[in-house]
Design a protein around this ligand. Structure first.
Ligand code: UDP
Length: 429
């Protein structure tokens, strides 16, 4: 084993890194864990990602690449369960993990856990294994609640006090926290009293080999995009359609209702369509609410809910679109914007997550102070009035996000791990 090689136990108890993206509980965090584990493996580190069995068909071990594995452990029934219910199965998850480690004679240098539920499991393991524990929260309960309260979103679905108190406790007990943005670092300090020295800021990444600009016409043909015959806004020349793309979990926090409400301001644009990617069975209720909203505004024919798309298919959607919109109330980071820009498609987004540092105002899109429909419409119209993105401009847009390659991100994470390990191993005098 090379001396610089790290053996990392990554915990993702509730969400499977190879699960169906775009469903209620599987999104950016799963992409992050899967891509980071693969890249760390590529760089010669050994990574085991532990998650619970979500389906009886799950194999216990999946090779993510030659050095990175995904390991399924039983924790409750072998099925999808409510995120919060995973809390009650964490003792089983931890003890199965410990048994797996013993049976396979495994040793780890550190634990890297994702989301508060996994971090809680990680706190037990850090004590048993005597190794440092790094947490990435991905979202913070206190911040979600503050936003839901401020914007009156879905009353009754707020994050439980259990989560808030656990997160507050975890920031004290762990050895280090990775925040994807300066904003999250500030929130960790403000809401939970985390110590600033304990937090490093490392952004999320994008797979630049996968997310590439493709020819718009070919991408549209590949996807079979055509106007519905009686479309109110459109003509029948599919290549002249103006396509607005939304990609993400269908969750009120994503602000998709605001984007739908923006469409009536854009009535004058010929061939305008909003294509929505994401969903799954647990999102039907929210999709129905949004469909009804589109009907109320008499724009239902301009809105298409396409359901889930495979991550590998998304470069076609981003390339086919004229603009991608991220109208969220809250993002921990905002991977969709990064993916869209990597495909050369401009983005209109609210000022959430890391979007201000990803999007170049007026050049690769617009970041707005909020998701007010008229403001979204204004900037979407501005982008749509420009000549369609050609290869050269797509290349220029893509170049602005090249520093977010997973290899750069993995190197930054390893530097953090090595520092944390060095501090952990140095006895306090
Ligand atoms: N995604 C996908 N298929 C879908 C919907 C979403 O692959 O049908 C992916 C999307 O490409 C992105 C992730 O899910 O990589 C969502 O990440 P983001 O950070 O934008 O949002 P989060 O889920 O973390 O709120």
């Amino acid at each position: 084993m090379p001396s610089s090689q790290l053996r990392i136990a990554m915990l993702s108890a509730h969400s499977c890194p190879v699960g169906k993206l775009g469903t209620k509980d599987t999104g950016g965090m799963s992409v992050y864990i899967r891509e980071l584990a693969r890249e760390l493996g590529k760089q010669g580190h050994l990574v085991d990602v532990y998650t619970r069995v979500h389906d009886p068909k799950d194999r216990q071990i999946y090779e993510l690449n030659q050095n990175a594995r995904l390991i399924h452990l039983r924790a409750g029934e072998d099925e999808e369960i409510q995120k919060l219910a995973v809390y009650f199965h964490l003792p089983e998850f931890v003890s199965n993990l410990e048994n797996f480690k013993k049976q396979n004679d495994l040793q780890y240098d550190l634990i890297f856990s994702h989301y508060w539920l996994s971090a809680l499991a990680g706190v037990y393991l850090q004590q048993w294994w005597h190794v440092p524990h790094i947490i990435m929260f991905h979202t913070l309960g206190a911040v979600k609640n503050a936003i839901e309260e401020r914007d009156c979103l879905v009353p009754g679905e707020s994050e439980p006090e259990l989560r808030i108190e656990t997160e507050r406790d975890l920031v004290q007990k762990c050895h280090h926290i990775v925040a994807p943005t300066e904003r999250e670092k500030t929130e960790l300090i403000r809401h939970y009293g985390a110590s600033s020295e304990k937090i490093s800021v490392v952004p999320c990444g994008v797979n630049l080999e996968q997310f590439k600009a493709l020819d718009k016409t070919q991408a549209r043909q590949y996807l079979g995009f055509a106007c519905p015959p009686h479309m109110k806004y459109g003509g029948s020349q599919r290549n002249n359609d103006k396509i607005i793309l939304f990609v993400g979990r269908i969750d009120p926090l994503k602000g998709l209702d605001k984007l739908i409400k923006a469409l009536p301001y854009l009535r004058h644009i010929q061939g305008l369509r909003l294509v929505v990617i994401g969903g799954g069975e647990h999102s039907q209720h929210e999709i129905e609410r949004l469909r009804k909203l589109a009907c109320d505004f008499k724009i239902q024919e301009a809105v298409t809910f396409l359901g889930l798309a495979k991550h590998e298919q998304l470069p076609y959607f981003y390339s086919a679109a004229d603009v991608c919109v991220v109208p969220s109330y809250y993002e921990s980071f905002g991977l969709v914007a990064l993916e869209s820009l990597a495909c050369g498609t401009p983005v209109v987004a609210t000022d959430v997550g890391n979007l201000k540092s990803i999007i170049r105002q007026g050049k690769t899109g617009y970041v707005l102070k909020d998701n007010a429909p008229h403001r979204l419409a204004d900037k979407i119209a501005l982008l749509l009035s420009r000549p369609s993105t050609d290869t050269k401009s797509a290349r220029l847009i893509r170049a602005t996000v090249s520093k977010f390659s997973w290899s750069n991100i993995a190197e930054a994470i390893i530097r953090d791990c090595q520092l944390v390990l060095a501090n952990y191993l140095t006895p306090v005098s």
